[in-house]
Design a protein around this ligand. Structure first.
Ligand SMILES: Nc1ncnc2c1ncn2[C@@H]1O[C@H](COP(=O)(O)OP(=O)(O)OP(=O)(O)O)[C@@H](O)[C@H]1O
Ligand SMILES: O=C(O)[C@H](O)[C@@H](O)[C@H](O)[C@H](O)CO
Length: 172
């Protein structure tokens, strides 16, 4: 869908439980692009904090976002497009991630508190407790008009979100 010499990076963002991994994996399967899950970039101390129900601070998120940016940068240099999951809750975090490539597009999965709570509650074996949802939503800064990206409701089925992303990318 795009040439070797114009890598593009799709960052699927949103609060915990919004479906980032679900949608990003579908995007990866459809594109064959290399994939990074931001949760894998957290230092152990961050995971422990979240497991204990303590929200991360800007300081906690700094090195994590830098590591993820470096990952994107390496793919950019190799001419490879990528799919990345990252909560990317604040504008400043997205400004950091945008340093990774020339064409970084955010896909924000937006949902109601009740839907998110339900989805977090229905999930097992994940370190992120539902109790952190309020802090995630308080921290979230929606995409600005000047930020390259799209917003989708999490009430849509993942396959429909993916179809719509490709329709919009094709129109760019
Ligand atoms: N569009 C959707 N419609 C219905 N269910 C969904 C949708 N997207 C995700 N889910 C379900 O909601 C739950 C949370 O999704 P997922 O784990 O992908 O979210 P996440 O944003 O990656 O979460 P986290 O940031 O905490 O890792 C999962 O059980 C998933 O199957
Ligand atoms: O910025 C953050 O607070 C964290 O990245 C969280 O959002 C979690 O890592 C993720 O949502 C759980 O999978």
């Amino acid at each position: 869908m795009n040439g070797m010499n114009s890598p593009r990076h799709l960052v699927v963002m949103g609060v915990s439980g919004s479906g980032k991994s679900t949608v990003a994996e579908a995007l990866r399967d459809r594109t064959g692009w290399v994939f990074a899950e931001a949760d894998d970039f957290h230092p152990a101390a961050n995971i422990e904090k979240m497991e204990n129900g303590t929200p991360l601070t800007d300081e906690d998120r700094g090195p994590w976002l830098e590591a993820l940016t470096e990952w994107i940068q390496a793919r950019e240099r190799a001419g490879m497009s990528s799919v990345v999951t990252c909560s990317a809750l604040k504008r400043a975090y997205r400004d950091q991630l945008r340093k990774g490539g020339r064409d970084v597009v955010f896909v924000h999965l937006h949902g109601e508190h009740s839907t998110l709570e339900q989805r977090l509650g229905g999930r097992s074996g994940h370190f992120m407790p539902a109790s952190l949802l309020d802090s995630q939503l308080d921290t979230l800064e929606p995409l600005g008009d000047d930020e390259s990206g799209y917003v989708f409701s999490i009430d849509l089925p993942p396959a429909q979100i993916v179809d719509e992303i490709f329709r919009r990318l094709a129109e760019r």
